[in-house]
Design a protein around this ligand. Structure first.
Ligand code: IMP
Length: 191
């Protein structure tokens, strides 16, 4: 069970939550998320004007971001889904498992991958190279969040991202702790 707490610090009030002995503090509000998603969608709309991109949403984590983003995309486009897993608990395993593979032909398509977060970049490095090998005309990445200090592969710095954040573990807005907490509307950082 989640336990929500409002804590008063010297300078501000903070919304905290406790789960399985771990403590999280609200770090990105739902209103801020909405503002950044709209900005990113507008950048994509401008850059892809006249083209028909194929969006590839990486499940599970990106389902909320993809859903919000697509509502603001005004281009003719398609969306498809893959599922990958690299995290156990609060840490990456360093290995990427493809649980649901790509089911659409990407040959000669302008592909935009939708991720929730780029951390070390291992997941996107492997997947974006695979898309290029499959003959995609172009491959771009949008990730709602990105942790620049954890990035090990410079080639997967997202072209379109919402916010750059410090390398702490976060939950909410699609991101999980052992499959829980994806449904939180704001993002919370482990303290
Ligand atoms: P990467 O391969 O190290 O870049 O990790 C990417 C994947 O790990 C993301 O798609 C998330 O599913 C997961 N991940 C990375 N950081 C976090 C986090 O702070 N909380 C929850 N999941 C995370």
């Amino acid at each position: 069970m989640w336990r929500f707490l409002i804590i008063e610090f010297q300078t501000h009030f903070s919304l905290m939550l406790e789960y399985e002995g771990l403590c999280f503090e609200e770090s990105i509000s739902a209103a801020k998320i909405e503002q950044e998603v709209t900005r990113v969608a507008n950048e994509i709309n401008a850059d892809y004007a006249g083209r028909e991109p194929l969006f590839v949403c990486v499940l599970n984590g990106a389902f909320m971001y993809a859903s919000d983003l697509m509502k603001h995309i005004s281009l003719p486009c398609e969306i498809t889904f893959v599922r990958m897993k690299s995290y156990e608990g609060t840490e990456t395993t360093g290995k990427v498992n493809m649980l649901i593979p790509l089911q659409v032909d990407v040959k000669d398509r302008d592909v935009i991958v939708i991720e929730d977060i780029v951390d070390t970049g291992i997941t996107m490095h492997a997947f974006m190279n695979e898309l290029r090998e499959m003959g995609a005309k172009s491959v771009a990445l949008t990730s709602f969040l990105y942790k620049p200090e954890s990035l090990r592969y410079e080639d997967v710095k997202p072209q379109y991202y919402g916010l750059a954040i410090p390398p702490a573990f976060i939950i909410g807005y699609g991101l999980d702790l052992n499959e829980k907490a994806r449904n939180l509307a704001s993002i919370y950082t482990k303290v």
